[in-house]
Ligand binder design. Structure first.
Ligand SMILES: *[C@@H]1O[C@H](CO)[C@@H](O)[C@H](O)[C@H]1NC(C)=O
Ligand SMILES: *[C@@H]1O[C@H](CO)[C@@H](O)[C@H](O)[C@H]1NC(C)=O
Ligand SMILES: *[C@@H]1O[C@H](CO)[C@@H](O)[C@H](O)[C@H]1NC(C)=O
Ligand SMILES: [Cu+2]
Length: 383
């Protein structure tokens, strides 16, 4: 009788376990865990585990043995951060593939040419997430192919730095950073005050460390000839206030939690004011990360890829997409929206067999090839 009782109990507890194994994406999370970043770490870990489980079952060339892992900047050892920065400096010395673009002097500059051409179609549209995913991989491939880089592109968890952005290991001006803030400029224009943001703590040329001697070749979008040769320093205007109000750990966590489908998720990421859930978010995490860096070209909607930090900021955006997708993979492989920014001018819905043509930098791809980071042209996960 006793053993029967035990097995009944065991069966009941197994059932109970199954009953409470609801996906993390639909579980309640506490305010304390939202604010501290614990919930975000839990999401991240669950997504990583789910992606690795899918990898084990995949029959593509991407396997558990060859998958690349993209990591947060401060989790990468110093010498590997330096190797990444040196690979970027190398790309800045390689030739451009756009001989007819006067201002494009290097392989690095090519990414601005590509981004400028696509800008009106790939922001607040159906292709925001997949375009930037393919864009980052194209950059990573050039670092590998042209500069022998063997690591992965890092990402930047903004929320870890909002208390004091100048102390960020990404921006502290050390050898293992991407250079410092810009020189402090008083009484500069503050376009972000329309969102209620304080002014940044820089505004001038990078003061010290990596990229402080770098010359930007093309842009800005307001120049007489944006694609002409317009040499100047990189200016930065780091802004802890913007970070804390729009790109905190809590802001980032809720973007994932409240993204019930891809249409809402991408609206929350970008603060797309056509959606009531997103319109109260102001610049949201995408704008928040961009304008935590700010400056020129970092704060330029078209030319921001000329700021070396762009790729870590968008690495974080792509990581959030990866996390969100892998928390409920079966339901999160779709796209939503049209082919123009804010649907202006009005255009048709984009479909998975529409293409993004990156030639001559990378082959044209159907959007459905760009949905999963562990198949098609991709083989990476985020840790
Ligand atoms: C920038 O150039 C100056 C003058 O040539 C030099 O002293 C300095 O070390 C350079 N800084 C970096 C980070 O390369
Ligand atoms: C972002 O997070 C901060 C800190 O948790 C919070 O005060 C702020 O209201 C959030 N911003 C938005 C737009 O929800
Ligand atoms: C376009 O997509 C939206 C949802 O994102 C849908 O409501 C609408 O019916 C679609 N339009 C067409 C013409 O298929
Ligand atoms: Cu962009």
């Amino acid at each position: 009788m006793k053993s029967l009782g035990n097995s009944v109990l065991l069966a009941a507890s197994l059932l109970l376990c199954q009953a409470i194994a609801v996906p993390l994406s639909t579980q309640e999370i506490s305010q304390a865990d939202i604010d501290s970043g614990k919930a975000l770490s839990d999401y991240s870990q669950a997504a990583f585990d789910n992606a690795m489980t899918r990898l084990g079952k995949s029959d593509s060339g991407c396997t558990k043995d060859n998958v690349k892992v993209r990591k947060e900047w401060r989790k990468i050892p110093g010498e590997e951060r330096t190797a990444y920065r040196k690979a970027v400096e190398c790309l800045m010395q390689k030739p451009s593939v756009f001989p007819n673009v006067e201002g494009a002097k290097s392989s690095f500059d090519d990414f601005a040419v590509l981004h400028v051409a696509f800008t009106p179609y790939v922001h607040n549209s159906a292709t925001f997430l997949t375009f930037h995913r393919y864009f980052l991989r194209t950059y990573e491939q050039r670092l590998e192919d042209q500069c022998g880089y063997t690591g992965t592109i890092p990402y930047w968890e903004w929320g870890l730095d909002c208390d004091d952005i100048d102390k960020s290991p990404l921006w502290d001006g050390s050898e293992t950073s991407l250079g410092s803030n810009g020189e402090y400029i008083a009484n500069k224009p503050n376009p972000m005050s329309m969102f209620g943001a304080k002014a940044g703590t820089g505004g001038g040329c990078i003061k010290s460390g990596p990229f402080s001697n770098y010359t930007v070749n093309l842009g800005p979008i307001g120049a007489a000839k944006p694609l002409g040769y317009n040499p100047r320093c990189i200016k930065r205007d780091l802004n802890s206030d913007i970070c804390a109000k729009w790109a905190s750990l809590g802001n980032t966590t809720l973007t994932i939690r409240d993204g019930t489908d891809v249409e809402i998720f991408q609206a929350l990421l970008q603060g797309d004011f056509r959606y009531k859930q997103a319109s109260r978010l102001g610049m949201a995490v995408h704008g928040g990360g961009h304008f935590t860096i700010g400056g020129d070209p970092g704060g330029d909607f078209y030319f921001s890829p000329l700021e070396p930090g762009f790729y870590l900021h968008h690495g974080q955006i792509d990581r959030l997409y990866f996390v969100w997708q892998n928390l409920d993979w079966e339901k999160r492989q779709g796209i939503a929206g049209t082919g123009t920014m804010m649907n202006m001018p009005a255009s048709r819905n984009v479909t998975l067999d529409d293409t993004l043509d990156f030639s001559p930098m990378n082959p044209k791809r159907e959007i459905q090839e760009l949905i999963d980071t562990i198949s098609g042209p991709f083989c990476y996960v985020y840790e």
